[in-house]
Every structure is written in C-alpha cells, then in structure tokens.
Design a protein around this ligand. Structure first.
Ligand SMILES: Cc1cc2nc3c(=O)[nH]c(=O)nc-3n(C[C@H](O)[C@H](O)[C@H](O)COP(=O)(O)OP(=O)(O)OC[C@H]3O[C@@H](n4cnc5c(N)ncnc54)[C@H](O)[C@@H]3O)c2cc1C
Length: 496
C-alpha cells in the first residue's frame, strides 16, 4: 500500500510554484477577481492559525461563495495535483490550518449563513463558516442553544469545530461536537458532493459521520451542517471552591462524578492561572488559593437546588477552604469570567505562552498535576493549568519568551513530555485541539505502526493522492522511526 507523502512543510514543489500564474488564470475563469488573492500583502493574514510559532505564506488564497465553486476549485486542484488546506476562522491551536507554500488556502469565511432553523425539530442547518456562538444567538429567541462551547466560540466556525471535534465547558454533560451533529455535507478532493448522517437517530451503513468529525480537514471540505439544538435549561447555578492544595481539588472532581452528578461544567485553575485571571478581569477570585474549582449545575429548579447542596457538601468534605454559591446569573457569569479569559490573562504575564491539550483518566489528575509541576521545574519554565477537569482534559499553558534563544525548543520539548505523561497514565495526546502539525510526533507514541497504517488507509480511501491538508494529523512511518530514535527519554513506545 502506498502511503501519503511525508510532511511537505516547509518544502515547496517548484513545479507547482512555477505554474502559479497559470493556476490563477484557471481559477479566475470561473471565480470573481476578489475571490482569488495572490499578492503577498493579501495572503499574509492567512500565514498562520492560533499556533502562531509556525508560519508559512500560502501559494494562493481562494474565497469561494458557493458549493459549486468549491467543487470546481477542488476538481481543478485535483487535476493539477495542487494541495489544498481548508480554513475557518484560523483559531485552531495545533497548526491544522497552517498553509503550504505550494498549496491553495481555501477560506470558508464567505459561507456564513444560517440556512434554516427549525424550533420544532430543534435543528439548525448552517454553512460551515458560521461562528459557533452565532448559532446559539439565532436559537435564543426559541429558548434553544447549541451546546458545544469552545472558549473561542465568539470567533471559531462550525466547520473548524467539526474538523477538530471541538469541545468546551458544557461538553462534560452534553458531549463534544460529534454528539451534537445530525449531518454533514462535504466536497471530496475530486469535487464530489457527499452527505453523511441523516435527520434520524441512526443511519444505515458505516458510521462515516463519526469518522469524518475530527478528521482535521484531511478527508473533505465541509460545505453544510445540520446541528442539534437543546432547550436552554430552566436554571443554572455555579459553585466556586478554593483549595490550598492542587491534589485535593483534583480529588474533589472525582468525588463529584462518583456521586452520580454530571455538572454542566467542572473546571479547574491552579495558582498561577488564578492570579493571572484575577489581575486581568477582577472576578473576585481568592488569589491566595492553590487551586480553584468552578462547578456549574443546570436543569429544573428542583434538580439544581438539590445538586447544589450535594456538591457543596462534597467540596467541603474534600478540603475546600472556601465555597461560594452564585446568588444570581450575574454572579454566576462573574465566576466564569476569569476562567473564560484565562488564556489572554496568561498572555499578559508572559511574552509568549504555549497551550497544550491532553486528556487523562480523571483518577490520574492529582498525579499528572504533581508530575507536570516537577517537569516545569526540570525545564525551568512556568506552567499555568486551566482545564476541563470533569473531562480530564488538561490545558497546561507553558509560559516562555520566544526571543530567548532556545526557549521555544525547550517549551516544545516540555510540551511533548507532558503529552507523553498523559499517554503513560492511560490518556491521549489531544482532548479537543487536534493533532495538526503540533502533535504529529506524539502520534507515534500514542499509536502502533499497524494502527497508523489504518489511519493512512482511511485517508487514502477519501483522498488517494494525499492532496487535502497533507503532512498534518498522521505521521509517516519514517517520521515515527526517526522520532523513536531521538536520544531523549521521550520515545518510550508506550502503545496503549
Ligand atoms: C483563545 C482560544 C481558546 C480556545 N478554546 C477552545 C476550547 O475551549 N475548545 C476547543 O475545542 N478548542 C478551543 N480552541 C481551538 C479552536 O478554536 C478550535 O479548534 C476551533 O474548532 C477551530 O475553528 P476555526 O474555525 O478557527 O478553524 P481553523 O483554525 O480555521 O481550522 C481548524 C482545522 O479545521 C479545518 N477546517 C476548517 N474549516 C473546514 C471546512 N469547512 N472543511 C474542512 N476542514 C475545515 C482546517 O483545515 C484545520 O485543519 C481555542 C482557541 C483559542 C485561540
């Protein structure tokens, strides 16, 4: 079986680059002039996504308006063997939308319409460039909302959410993107239009919809989506608990879930993150605490009242030094304000930060927090922890200064060690940000060569020439053997 090409980044195919003018002419034959960007200053805004340590100017940027245009663009690129990278809002944190120097960047920004909202069926049919939050805003007058809520929801698009199988605070109770979609229509690299899923609960055949979700723009270009909407709960209330010890807070998370309660959000911040958030938004957080838990409960009035009492008792029993319960919605939102702005808050206290994303079994939380702190000392780099504790989805933020020689490299190595620690305790190298180019080496630690071969085979079935987002997501066997030979303690071949 032939495998897809190794990472092209940063290699450019000179033949494709030389034929650029010809490609522009072929695209302009069916696209209006403003839909094809080729000048350096026009394509510069697309040179990176949220993983801004990696930058690459694309060969061209195209901004189609219709599904037919997407089909024609992909067909043309397929014939000429030009690689294509799809892009939503470019908020991705793993370099998934990083352009290729010999590739076309396909922006879905103009696909920004909500096509239909059915309050009776509780569904919305939307274009892929619609912002995550815009769906809930449109559904609000009907008492409905779209549950997955990435912290970037004001900007990120549903097309990007599907590619990354994005999550958020609410996903502990309501599931990730994969649990909240009914159907997806996408265009294959050779221009065919395919619809996956249905309006019914199940559909016959292989569950290709689940396979497509989280495929990081490597199997097709999403052009239409039907999402499920949920009724806005009657009541939501939040508790905020302070701890003098991170491990106790980690333990409390397990205690709440073990008691049979599924909160609508269960998030944790450690000392450095609390301090940074408080300095930034003044949410009233107890800054002397070593850890903070925020637990939101939603449902009917009665359910919420009972669970708030129960959780309060559990938090106190687990050693919380202080527990506050929100008295009204304004206070509940204030509890969340610091958590939701934690990334930019950390950005203020360090020249640069690098956000990791690994998932671990909840029982391993105390151990992983302790060992992360040890690694932070070993590398001499500060780490602030902000994360979806209920899901065991960690977001260690490594603080560094890219202007200090060697610090970015040390940061990446520390990040890699933290991810491999997640695998060692039975977890995974990504919770919601995807693999992209960022975690491609750790895929060699997470999966065996045989398993990776199956991933390549799936990719090849959808995209035989390997033209859609090549070099991302799945490492080549060669890359893995090179990585395993690195003289660091990292490559333990810890297949699950
Ligand atoms: C401050 C901040 C907070 C964040 N918080 C969260 C969080 O809480 N939870 C979370 O899950 N993520 C979070 N993210 C990461 C990011 O917002 C998500 O991964 C998001 O889903 C990316 O959407 P996007 O539209 O920006 O996609 P992009 O970054 O443009 O693209 C992401 C990937 O999707 C592919 N893609 C985009 N559109 C399409 C399409 N139409 N068809 C096929 N492939 C496509 C791209 O090729 C790329 O591989 C955060 C990011 C930031 C900057």
């Amino acid at each position: 079986m032939s495998l897809i090409q190794p990472a092209r980044i940063p290699f450019d195919d000179p033949q494709i680059v030389a034929a650029r003018t010809d490609l522009v002419a072929a695209l302009r034959a069916f696209l209006p002039a403003e839909s094809v960007l080729e000048k350096q200053e026009e394509v510069r805004p697309y040179e990176c996504d949220g993983l801004s340590a990696y930058r690459q100017l694309p060969l061209l940027v195209v901004l189609p308006r219709t599904v037919e245009e997407v089909q024609r663009i992909l067909r043309l690129c397929s014939e000429r063997k030009v690689p294509v990278v799809a892009r939503g809002a470019g908020t991705g944190l793993s370099g998934g939308a990083l352009p290729l120097g010999d590739g076309l960047l396909l922006s879905l920004a103009r696909f920004n319409r909500i096509l239909d909202l059915d309050p009776v069926a509780r569904t919305a049919r939307v274009q892929p460039g619609v912002r995550n939050l815009a769906i809930s805003e449109a559904a609000k007058p009907h008492g409905l909302y779209y549950a997955p809520d990435p912290s970037s929801q004001i900007a990120c698009t549903i097309g990007g959410n599907i590619a990354e199988n994005s999550g958020g605070v609410h996903c502990l109770k309501y599931g990730l993107t994969v649990h909240n979609l009914l159907s997806v229509t996408f265009v294959t690299m050779d221009g065919e239009l395919i619809e996956l899923g249905s309006e019914a609960l199940d559909s016959p055949g292989f569950d290709l919809l689940a396979l497509y979700i989280g495929s990081e723009g490597m199997l097709g270009v999403t052009v239409e989506v039907t999402v499920k909407l949920l009724p806005v709960p009657e009541r939501a209330q939040a508790l905020l608990a302070a701890y003098d010890d991170v491990e106790k807070a980690g333990q409390a998370v397990g205690d709440i879930i073990a008691a049979g309660i599924i909160p609508a959000g269960l998030e944790m911040m450690d000392g450095p993150a609390i301090q940074a958030a408080e300095d930034f938004v003044h949410a009233g957080y107890p800054t002397e605490a070593a850890a903070l838990l925020i637990c939101e409960l939603d449902g009917t009035n009665q359910e919420v009242s009972e669970q708030v009492m129960q959780v309060r008792d559990l938090l106190l029993e687990s050693g919380a030094t202080e527990v506050r319960t929100s008295r009204d919605d304004a206070e509940r939102l204030r509890f969340w304000q610091g958590r939701k702005s934690a990334f930019p808050a950390v950005g203020r206290i360090s020249p640069d930060y690098y956000c990791m994303d690994g998932t671990i079994p909840r029982r391993a939380l105390p151990e992983v927090l302790r060992r992360t702190a040890e690694l932070s000392k070993e590398y001499g780099l500060r780490v602030a922890n902000v994360f979806h504790a209920g899901d065991g989805n960690m977001h260690p933020l490594i603080l560094f200064d890219a202007n200090e020689p060697g610090e970015l490299e040390r940061t990446e190595e520390l990040g890699g060690r933290i991810l491999e620690l997640c695998v060692e305790v039975g977890g995974t190298i990504t919770g919601e940000h995807g693999v992209g180019i960022e975690k491609i080496n750790q895929m060699c630690v997470q999966f065996s060569p045989e398993e990776l071969r199956q991933f390549h085979a799936v990719k090849e079935a959808f995209d035989p020439d390997g033209l859609l987002n090549p070099g991302k997501g799945i490492p080549t066997p060669r890359r893995c053997s090179e990585y395993r030979e690195l003289p660091t303690p990292r490559a333990h071949h810890a297949h699950h």
